[in-house]
Ligand binder design. Structure first.
Ligand SMILES: O=C[C@H](O)[C@H](O)[C@H](O)COP(=O)(O)O
Length: 279
């Protein structure tokens, strides 16, 4: 059983930093066995927000001065952005420039004086840090319950490393296994047509498709002026790659919330500690 400080020192070795930046290196280095399976000391009586913050704090260890950073969206990613703002303000980090994955995150980053840029100006990022709605044993994800999936996928796919921060409630044995939404962003035009097609696509998994609505019962509109169809599965998705391909073939579908083979590392905070999972 390793202590949090030991875990922290591991992350700060040059080799572990290298590994994080190069997923292929993770597979060839035996040292990652212990890196990925270390559990920290027990942390009693923590709330879910405490756990999210623990994961966020650990993820920020990977940020170095001068990086171009993807700034995620959601309650867990918000803790990361807060911490970055603090580290910049206190001079512990310098010359960071962020690419926000939503208007919400953009506002938060601006309020913390985090310098921002765009994918147009910085098409390659050093590191993106974001939350997730589901994490499977192979570090595949469901994302987008906060509606930011399109920008998140664009930013995170353009990043050399993608670190996910989550509490242990996000762990599933198969994607869709939480029985909560797997979001699909669709154009507004004839959204029902695509809702029916999406539901039909996963008929065998007992899929129910619903248009996402806001608190007033009106269709939820994304930052990109699209709608979201949420898919609810009775049975988890067996083959995420095929599912993603089939969804992607539907005209009028803009993006889906399956983030497959994208995460470099997943930091999971649970009641028994913080765990860093790498492939
Ligand atoms: O669209 C939202 C994002 O994908 C979030 O990262 C995801 O929903 C997780 O959010 P939270 O950290 O609030 O659970």
């Amino acid at each position: 059983m390793a202590s949090l400080s030991f875990l922290s020192s591991l992350h700060h070795t040059p080799s572990s930093h290298l590994i994080l930046r190069n997923p292929k290196a993770v597979k060839v280095r035996t040292f990652t066995v212990s890196f990925s399976s270390i559990r920290a000391q027990a942390v009693p009586a923590l709330t879910q927000d405490d756990l999210k913050k623990l994961a966020a704090d650990k993820a920020v260890d990977y940020v170095k001065s001068g990086m171009v950073l993807g700034l995620g969206t959601g309650s867990t990613a918000a803790f990361v952005v807060d911490k970055l703002g603090h580290l910049l303000k206190t001079g512990q980090l310098k010359d960071i420039i962020g690419i926000p994955t939503s208007k919400r995150t953009e506002e938060q980053a601006k309020s913390l004086n985090i310098p921002l840029t765009t994918l147009d100006d910085h098409p390659v990022l050093d590191l993106a840090i974001d939350g997730a709605d589901e994490v499977d044993p192979d570090l595949n994800l469901v994302k987008g319950r906060g509606g930011a999936l399109l920008r998140e996928k664009m930013v995170e796919a353009a990043s050399k490393s993608f670190v996910v921060v989550a509490d242990e409630t996000k762990l599933v044995t198969g994607l869709g296994g939480s029985k909560l939404a797997m979001p699909v962003e669709v154009v507004q035009f004839c959204w029902k047509f695509n809702l029916v097609r999406l539901q039909d696509l996963f008929k065998e998994l007992g899929c129910e498709a619903k248009l996402r609505v806001d608190a007033a019962g009106k269709p939820y509109v994304t930052d990109n002026f699209n709608y979201i169809v949420d898919l609810y599965f009775e049975t988890p998705i067996r083959d995420g790659v095929s599912a993603g391909k089939e969804i992607g073939k539907l005209e009028g579908v803009v993006e889906h919330g399956l983030f497959l083979d994208m995460a470099t590392a997943v930091i999971i905070a649970g009641k028994s500690g913080v765990e860093v999972k790498t492939k």
